[in-house]
Design a protein around this ligand. Structure first.
Ligand SMILES: Cc1cc2nc3c(=O)[nH]c(=O)nc-3n(C[C@H](O)[C@H](O)[C@H](O)COP(=O)(O)OP(=O)(O)OC[C@H]3O[C@@H](n4cnc5c(N)ncnc54)[C@H](O)[C@@H]3O)c2cc1C
Length: 531
């Protein structure tokens, strides 16, 4: 067993952890160890279309599944998570959405000082480099390059026109002053390359002498000395090692693995820990609770007009042409985010901001996630802020055993109401005059499914996550909070959690941007506290 000493140990090199590793080593004053359970990289990761090859690929993905739950048809719902440098930012759909001002103001209203929109907006600006939008909202010189999806396609123009026909205006920048409206997606893609945090934050930092990055290093537990975290125990190729942190350990293993790592270390609900033979080191009942995700109904439409969908364009000679276009000019379908068009909508009168999200996937996939022979598109419809909560807890004391994930999707009436509302808006768009002669049928749920009860039953039986689990080590000061507003674990010294798990409530959109913001803000707080 080797023993090594650093100032800071960051566990998990994902969206947040990679940012921390970069920022904490920038001054040269601190020695940092970054531990990542996954591999350094994967050949499909830098290529935008590669996300489709990594969605269920255990070489770069933890490939978790939920527990079968009665309300969602006893299905095991896939829960992909990145397992490589960059974490989920290295396998995700590359859609860049910050969320609404109200999301962060809600966090602040819950008692978390320093997290209001006014507080986090400068961080969002500093972290990005984007050519469009208004300078009050958008950044030009940050490490993360964001681009607009410019691939012109008649399908996208038609859908945007159809949306305007049902009262949803085009929004030139949904990450700016207002989120509402329909837009082409802003993406973490630049010049044909995925902008993962491994590329944007770790690559520029990895040659610093004060940063040590160890991959294939599964952290098995945190080392506690009384109520202080002093280091970690990890395994590389089955060889167990320990590393010591003079100042702090920062857990950034994501919403699935952060509660798991705390529980394996004896931090959590006493009865649950004892049930797995783990000595209780620190009672913290909120660990693993408050799991929230965006649960989406996936409507599927047959497209009768030829040449519009990936089913038509990415097959046979079409695929060869797309590959050539990408090889020569970094253009075409291989250079696209998962869903090139998105809309933020209000499902009822009187709302201040949108509560529903519609994302267009310009293809129709088979149940085993391959491109179908038929031509179609998928319209993903979900509430923007989930009120239904579930949990993630260990199944055993073994770090290699996947935790048990229970989503409890659509258990909250608000989520059911918004789901129905957003499905109906999605249908209205697809039935608007602009789609005449384009849409030739509804594969799913199908025209026969009309009443609220029928639609809800279909959504419960067939919906999927949009891969945005959050909240399992939530920030706050109530009895179920795990970390305080500076992301320090309640009641323990030398330990923070900084990743998507600290979000007390969901942000209104995809979760990579806010996770990177959390990494940036955590680094600032760690450095402030060290000064
Ligand atoms: C398939 C998919 C598609 C998505 N699409 C989008 C999208 O288009 N846009 C968007 O904004 N968001 C998207 N998301 C969500 C977004 O990517 C995540 O919310 C975000 O990356 C979470 O960041 P994180 O830092 O919390 O965790 P992660 O980025 O998941 O990082 C956690 C890291 O910790 C490592 N780790 C875990 N356990 C251990 C351990 N015990 N020891 C050492 N290392 C460990 C993991 O391997 C991983 O590298 C998607 C996610 C997935 C999986």
């Amino acid at each position: 067993m080797e023993n090594q000493t650093y100032d800071y140990i960051v566990v998990g090199a994902g969206s947040a952890g990679s940012v921390l590793a970069n920022r904490l080593t920038a001054s040269g004053k601190h020695r940092v160890l970054l531990l990542e359970a996954g591999r350094p990289s994967h050949p499909w990761s830098p290529i935008p279309i590669g996300f489709a090859r990594l969605l269920d690929n255990p070489a770069a993905n933890w490939c978790y599944e939920s527990e079968p739950e009665k309300n969602t048809g006893n299905r095991k719902i896939p829960v992909p998570r990145g397992k490589l440098l960059g974490g989920s930012s290295a396998i995700n759909g590359m859609v860049f959405v910050r969320g609404q001002a109200q999301d962060f103001d809600t966090w602040a209203q819950l008692g978390n000082r320093g997290w209001s929109y006014r507080d986090v907006l400068p961080i969002f600006r500093d972290m990005e480099s984007y050519d469009g939008g208004d300078d009050e909202y958008r950044g030009r010189g940050g490490p993360l390059k964001i681009t607009d999806t410019t691939e012109a396609g008649p399908l996208y123009d038609l859908i945007i026109k159809a949306a305007s026909q049902v009262g949803i205006p085009r929004n030139p920048d949904y990450n700016g002053a207002v989120q509402e409206g329909i837009a082409m997606t802003q993406a973490t893609i630049n010049k044909g390359r995925r902008m993962s945090t491994a590329y944007c934050y770790l690559d520029p930092a990895k040659s610093r002498p004060n940063l040590e990055i160890r991959t294939n290093a599964l952290t098995e537990r945190l080392l506690l000395d009384g109520k202080r975290c002093v280091g970690v125990r990890f395994a590389i190729d089955g060889q167990v090692q320990e590393a010591r942190a003079g100042r702090e350990v920062i857990v950034s293993t994501g919403s699935i693995n952060s509660p798991q790592l705390l529980e394996l270390s004896g931090i959590g609900q006493p009865e649950l820990l004892r049930g797995h033979g783990i000595e209780v080191r620190h009672e913290l009942p909120g660990v693993g609770e408050n799991l929230r995700d965006h649960y989406a109904a996936r409507l599927k439409y047959e497209i009768g007009k030829p040449g519009l969908t990936y089913n038509d364009r990415a097959r046979g000679l079409g695929l060869v042409w797309q590959a050539l276009q990408f090889a020569v000019a970094r253009k075409g379908l291989l250079n696209m985010p998962a869903s090139p068009v998105r809309a933020y909508v209000k499902t009822r009168e009187g709302l201040e901001a949108p509560d529903g999200n519609i994302a267009i996937l310009p293809f129709f996939a088979t149940p085993d996630r391959r491109i179908d022979k038929r031509s179609g598109i998928t319209v993903s419809a979900n509430p923007l802020r989930a009120d239904s909560t579930g949990s993630i807890h260990i199944r055993s004391a073994k770090a290699t055993e996947p935790p048990s994930i229970r989503f409890n999707f659509l258990s909250a009436q608000t989520d059911r109401d918004v789901t129905l509302g957003v499905i109906r808006i999605a249908r209205r768009i697809m039935e608007a005059p602009a789609m005449d002669g384009v849409v030739s049928g509804e594969f799913a749920p199908g025209k026969a499914v009309q009443s609220d009860d029928e639609l809800l039953a279909w959504a419960l039986q067939t919906g999927e996550t949009t891969y945005h689990p959050i909240g399992t080590c939530k920030m706050g000061s109530d009895p179920r909070a795990v970390v305080d507003e500076r992301l320090r674990v309640h009641g323990l010294a030398g330990l923070r959690v900084a990743d998507a798990s600290i979000m007390p409530t969901a942000t209104s959109g995809n979760t990579n941007a806010p996770s990177i913001m959390i990494g940036e803000k955590a680094a600032r707080m760690v450095l402030e506290d060290a000064a």
